[in-house]
Design a protein around this ligand. Structure first.
Ligand code: NAD
Length: 192
């Protein structure tokens, strides 16, 4: 997502954000926006209307439904913080509305949904962005640079291990982590 590429943002001097999904991760984004000049949350939506009203009151944004937010002329970009099972639906709605969308991980719950979403974005020219931005950090970028430079030859296999005591130890509503597409590893239907 490149705010500078859109003339509406250059004129306004700010990016007007509409957030769909107002759960646990929301606070980290609001803290960041508080420190980011030019980022303003103008609309919020959640399946839970009480939560929507509470966040709207706290942020000064307007409480809307997701459908209303997609159609809202003040919203420049959609931030998709819903659960993984809803990522594709919300992102596709944003793309259909012509609004750039940045989503929490995973991009979608299945590989097929991801290919459909990327196809829709490409054909309409709408920009997509997604977490985690940690892939742009020193560790992953150094590993990539070493591989690209041929320093370790041609990799023939990779091994990764993830261990955690369980999201129920800290998350108030962890069910989505155990549903298809909600975990850290995904079985992709395509390998290219
Ligand atoms: N919590 C974290 O620390 C964390 C960290 C990294 C990534 N994430 C990712 O962020 C996303 C959200 O995580 P969370 O912990 O905030 O989840 P959460 O369950 O606390 O909140 C999700 C919110 O989305 C709403 N929602 C679900 N479907 C919706 C729909 N169709 N329309 C509107 N609202 C809808 C739910 O009502 C809920 O309020 C997940 O994809 C997760 O993988 C979370």
């Amino acid at each position: 997502m490149n705010a500078a590429a859109d003339p509406r943002w250059r004129e306004a001097g700010e990016v007007r954000i509409g957030i769909v999904g107002l759960g646990t991760i929301l606070g980290q984004y609001l803290d960041t926006f508080d420190r980011a000049a030019g980022a303003r949350v103008v609309a919020v939506a959640d399946l839970d209307p009480v939560r929507t009203a509470e966040v709207a009151a706290r942020t000064g944004a307007r409480p809307l439904t997701a459908a209303e937010l997609m159609a809202d002329g003040e919203v420049d970009v959609v931030l998709n913080l819903t659960v993984p099972a809803a990522h594709a639906e919300i992102a596709q709605a944003a793309v259909a509305a012509g609004k750039p969308v940045y989503g929490e991980k995973p991009l979608t719950a299945t590989g097929e949904q991801a290919h459909q979403l990327l196809g829709a974005a490409e054909s309409t020219g709408v920009r997509l962005g997604g977490a985690p931005d940690t892939v742009l950090g020193t560790g992953v970028q150094t590993a990539r640079a070493v591989i690209d430079a041929g320093t370790i030859g041609t990799p023939v296999a990779a091994n990764a291990t993830f261990a955690a005591p369980g999201h129920e130890r800290w998350h108030p509503n962890p069910d989505f982590y155990y549903l298809p597409g909600g975990g850290p590893l995904m079985a992709w239907a395509r390998t290219t």
